[in-house]
Design a protein around this ligand. Sequence first.
Ligand SMILES: [Zn+2]
Length: 317
Amino acid sequence: MAKGSTQSRRLGRGPRGRVSATCGTKRPAPAAPPPPTPATLFGSRRPLLLSRLRVPAGWKVAVVAPHPDDFDAIGVTLRMLHARGVDVHLCVLSSGAHGVEDAFCSPPLPELKARIRLMEQRDSCRFFGLPPERVIFLRLSEGADGELLESALSLNRLRAHLEELQPHLLFLPHDNDTNAGHRRAGAMVRAIVDGWARPVALLWNEDPKTVALRRDALMPFGEAEAQWKSRLLRFHASQQARNLRTRGRGFDERILEANRRSLKALKDQLPAVQALYAETFELHVRAVAPAPVSRPPPAAAPAGPPDSPARAGPRSP
Ligand SMILES: [Zn+2]
């Protein structure tokens, strides 16, 4: 006798031929909940703790970084996602050369400064554990101010990259910001995702230069993660040096101080959260409207008196 038939008798077969563990019952197994989508994942609770979010492993996250250090500013959130098997991809838009002081390199040429910033970002990603093939430097055009320049060519290059990646979640600095690079990157991303026919969630992160944002979601963290993040941020040695000289404190201290303020701003709403810092985000979920249903042509109107409502419509001449 075939093995399969013995097993079928012992377990029984439910409706549609499905094997049921309870012999003799015909109750169908409860339907599994549908898998989340970027439109359903976040629910309606605000502020939302990102650490409690069940982002499916294998989902793709795009980090759109106007500068080579914006990734690190939300390093704790990205580390949590990366550890859970989410595919994190970094796309750095500009060289960030203008952020390197002349005294930091010799000769103080833009191309050397750009090279320094690229190496700093690569080193921080290596420390983070991000595979090199998930990091791309687009080197989009820069204006006279050294910041990203909005142009059709830049828009098309970023669009091509994001459309190839097809991310479920997209992280980028909030564009309500005094930094022109953040504003221009935000404008380009908005223009791109507005044309998408699939859902995507945008998480606009708070930065020390953000003017204002709605704190919809947060990733709280404590001292151990802060020390790890400090090490990550210090790979950007050119920014550490510039901040120390111009602001009297390091790049890492500046970011962590902003994270401390962000948590403080939410503390009253989350009294049970035991943390010292938080990376905070404004959430925009783009749930795409269902495609229009193509309607069949109207059935032939039933017979009735002339000009009855059922026959209203164009008349034959
Ligand atoms: Zn930036």
